[in-house]
Design a protein around this ligand. Structure first.
Ligand code: ADP
Ligand code: ADP
Length: 226
């Protein structure tokens, strides 16, 4: 099965605004995929529906063959989600944030401990493990979002504008980290409004504007057209 499938997806927000006008896309397992488009295009809405954070209006969305609404628990178990905004409990400690997340997937603190340690070390947060999240810098919070998303060992990682507002050094190290994950077999889908980011990282791309997919192709083909 594909890692992600979206069919004829629409979203009308409660104020009547139609953010998605019937989009379809499919992301194969192992892909590194970018959803590229300007601000307001509908990128976050699309990822939000896949993550189970936004209620769709019509159409369908699946993760690893599981419908995000009808089989929500299975769909979510396969998915790691890195939202755009920090949404930590400010007073919870770094280590506990990661362990708490694992708990949502039925893992005990003991079961999650080895992976939590591995991730916090890989993301250079191990020294901060006993600090409350409010004490972290912006860059550390970004990295903590990623550690938290990966603790239950998902097969698919979705990131909403992961490097927005990040300095160049952290951007490069995040790019490297995502590339390593992808080489190890993880499917990655990110949103971005920088073609350069998509070009550096991704194999396939969908361009979205005003709630519609205007092109879906490989990066190589896209660049050969420019
Ligand atoms: P839904 O239609 O899915 O129920 P809501 O309209 O209730 O969604 O809005 C969900 C959240 O998004 C609210 O907290 C709201 O303040 C926020 N929101 C409202 N308008 C916008 C907007 N234009 N862009 C981003 N967020 C918005
Ligand atoms: P992107 O991620 O591409 O910037 P979004 O998916 O966040 O786009 O938003 C798509 C459109 O939907 C925007 O015009 C945004 O203002 C609007 N929107 C987002 N959330 C809400 C909401 N909760 N209520 C009303 N409109 C919203």
């Amino acid at each position: 099965v594909p890692a992600l499938v979206v069919r004829d997806l629409t979203k009308v927000y409660s104020n009547g605004f139609q953010a998605l006008k019937g989009i379809s896309l499919s992301v194969e397992q192992g892909d590194f995929f970018a959803l590229l488009g300007p601000n307001g295009a509908g990128k976050s809405t699309t990822l939000g529906i896949l993550a189970g954070l936004v209620q769709k209006t019509s159409g369908s969305a699946e993760v690893m063959g599981f419908d995000v609404n009808q089989q929500a628990f299975s769909a979510r178990r396969y998915l790691g989600v890195v939202p755009q905004e920090f949404n930590f409990n400010q007073f919870e400690k770094v280590y506990d944030i990661v362990i708490t997340q694992a708990g949502y997937f039925g893992l005990t603190a003991e079961q999650a401990a080895p992976n939590a340690e591995k991730l916090l070390k890989a993301l250079d947060l191990w020294d901060k493990r006993d600090q409350q999240s409010r004490m972290l810098s912006g860059g550390m919070k970004r990295r903590l979002m990623i550690a938290r998303a990966l603790v239950h060992e998902p097969k698919v990682l979705i990131l909403d504008e992961p490097t927005a507002g990040v300095d160049i050094e952290l951007r490069r190290s995040m790019w490297e980290f995502m590339q390593t994950l992808n080489r190890q077999g993880m499917t990655i889908i990110l949103t971005t409004h920088y073609l350069e980011e998509a070009e550096q990282l991704c194999r396939n791309i969908a361009i979205i504007d005003k709630g519609e997919i205007i092109q879906a192709t490989s990066i190589r083909k896209l660049l050969s057209q420019l």
